[in-house]
Design a protein around this ligand. Structure first.
Ligand code: UDP
Ligand code: MG
Length: 343
């Protein structure tokens, strides 16, 4: 049997300091029906990469990776045109819409580079934060989270629900960075570690703190969407929020047990009280209300509890199938593997 020596173990190592000063930077942008913003986003990102390379802060090979998440508009055609026009633009097309988190993961696990920066395609994330994130990487951090300073561009509803949600996650013991979405820099080492997580239901901002690597925070002001409409309607947002809770804590299940115990104790006390009245007084037990209301209440609590248990069970069921999280249908541009490939 071959002996495994500790110095031969294959684990991701931190990159050397000289590599950190001018890393190969990959920008990862999931896109779902973003034809209105892509021209401006591409113009600004190509200019940013040029500037970073002139300043000697990004090595040759740095590029933009658009992940087309099954768009129904001209997004993929535009990506193809930009990939043909600019050597720094690449595209990955998913076979259908798999959701922002899966598209993002596909970009992170496919793109090469020493550091990968994920951001939204709609220019809400301030590009000027990227050089600062690179400075932080150079200082030795493996993960740099860009957090929103003030959420002035968000509606009151979005701001208050987001704040309440972060608080709830904190109370449930889920470790997440306050006011941080998915605008983040990750080193190659962090990406390779992330590859080992094979969960079906992704909530990246909850997963990243689990990696445990040295993490820093950079503040930025979030702008309004440059053009087009939000691709995150309330339904998708609630679904992501629910993933955040159920993927990282079993607290709701415990809560059910607690509520169940409390209700049972309460009904025992009620039964004792009713029995006392029957034995020691001549008062009749009050009418149907006391019988019917607890029945409905308990029925509701039971159904809710079953629903929550069912959600967790569904997760286990989905995970056992081990279905791929996405399928890559086509790639374009000076490609992922370094060869020039078109579709
Ligand atoms: N997105 C995606 N797949 C989806 C929904 C959204 O790839 O199913 C992308 C979208 O193109 C954008 C990013 O995820 O680049 C964030 O979406 P959006 O800006 O619409 O969300 P919001 O900022 O309104 O929360
Ligand atoms: Mg947006």
């Amino acid at each position: 049997m071959e002996l495994l020596h500790p110095w031969r173990l294959d684990f991701p190592k931190p990159s050397e300091p000289e590599l950190r000063s001018a890393p190969v930077v990959s920008l990862i942008l999931p896109c779902f029906n973003e034809q209105e913003v892509l021209p401006e986003t591409t113009r600004r990102l190509v200019a940013l990469l040029d500037r970073l390379s002139v300043e000697g802060r990004a090595a040759p090979g740095s590029a933009i990776y658009y992940v087309d998440d099954g768009s129904g508009d001209c997004t993929w055609r535009l990506i193809g045109e930009y990939a043909a026009a600019f050597p720094t633009v690449c595209g990955i097309k998913l076979s259908r819409n798999r959701g922002h988190q899966n598209a993002l993961l596909c970009g992170l696990l496919t793109a090469p580079g020493d550091v990968l920066v994920s951001l939204d395609a709609d220019l809400q994330d301030d590009l000027e934060a990227i050089p600062r994130m690179l400075d932080s990487y150079r200082a030795g951090n493996e993960i740099v989270c860009a957090v929103r300073g003030r959420r002035t561009t968000d509606t009151f509803f979005k701001r208050s629900t987001a704040e309440a949600y972060y608080r709830l996650l904190g109370m449930l013991g889920v470790q997440v960075q306050f006011n941080h979405a998915d605008f983040r820099l990750m080193s190659r080492r962090a990406i390779e570690t992330l590859r080992g997580y094979e969960e079906t239901h992704l909530f990246l901002r909850g997963l990243i703190p689990q990696l445990g690597y040295r993490t820093a925070v950079v503040e930025f002001e979030r702008a309004s969407r440059f053009a087009g409409e939000s691709k995150y309607p309330l339904r998708k947002m609630l679904s992501l929020a629910w993933q955040g809770v159920t993927s990282f804590t079993a607290y709701p299940l415990r809560l059910i047990t607690g509520v169940g115990a409390l209700v049972s104790l309460g009904s025992l006390a009620l039964a004792a009280w009713a029995l006392g009245i029957r034995i020691f007084t001549d008062d009749a037990v009050p009418g149907w209300a006391s019988a019917v209301i607890p029945m409905y209440l308990l029925g509701g609590v039971q159904l809710l509890s079953l629903g929550i248990i069912g959600e967790y069970l569904a997760k286990v069921y989905e995970s056992t199938k081990k279905r791929p999280r996405y399928h890559v249908e086509a790639v374009c541009g000076h490609s992922i593997d370094g060869s020039s490939r078109d579709n």
